[in-house]
Ligand binder design. Sequence first.
Ligand SMILES: [Zn+2]
Length: 286
Amino acid sequence: MLPVKQALTRAGVKRLDKISALDNSSDVTKHLPDDIPIALRDIPSVAPKPTVDRSMLMAGLTTLGAIALAAGILVAVQLQRSQQAQSSSTAVAANSAQSVTAANPTASPTSTTVNADTMLGHFRYAEATQSELSSVTADGSIKMRKAAAKAYQEMEAAAQQEGVSLVPLSGFRSLTDQDYLFFGKKAERGQVAAERAKVSAPPGYSEHHTGYALDIGDGAVPAMNLSPDFENTPAFKWLKVNAPFHSFELSFPKNNKQGVTYEPWHWRFVGDRASLETFYKARIKK
Ligand SMILES: [Zn+2]
């Protein structure tokens, strides 16, 4: 029996070899085991790096602290004493910060860690709170962030004036909603996680959590809703030309770098600073 750690590493290497060997073959997913455990295993291998650097830094700080202490004792001047007290309190503060991180490396990560975090090709997103949302439909069933909802409603009205019927299908989704969509549908269709991730984000990794994303249908051609054929509808053709004027863009165009299946119906609002930071900081940090 191999030690667990070694076995996992070997499995990871084998898997990478397989992927590169298969390259673009459509069979890739058939050869992949359930990807979630591997993706989860990847997280600790990335996360501890700053901790190592920090501990080296801390070792340096501690040494400096010791030197300062020795100097303080030798000279015994009041001013030096106060400086020594200051540096040691800094060291204590840094020390306690480090022990919190070490005790729970996954808790309260910095914004950098969150943005760089991906799973199965999807970025991690924070869930919008209810108070940040407002309705885009009369019955209140579909919600977006306030600025996005306003922009969408203006866009829908503009389309209507040109005889095009935009219909909101799905806006904000909670982690629970996405949990059902991802794990429920995956099991229902007998898909492994990697397959499912091509058409639906894992919970915690959907643009729908942000309140900026909206799935849009064509009221005149509902049969095309949420289908690749949506790109042939008047609604999509109108959106392609006009959405940028309303600060909406397609999240997953054809052959997107994220490797997510083309979704002509899935649009996101990028018309304010918060939404830009949500979507573009993640890409820069990747
Ligand atoms: Zn969507």
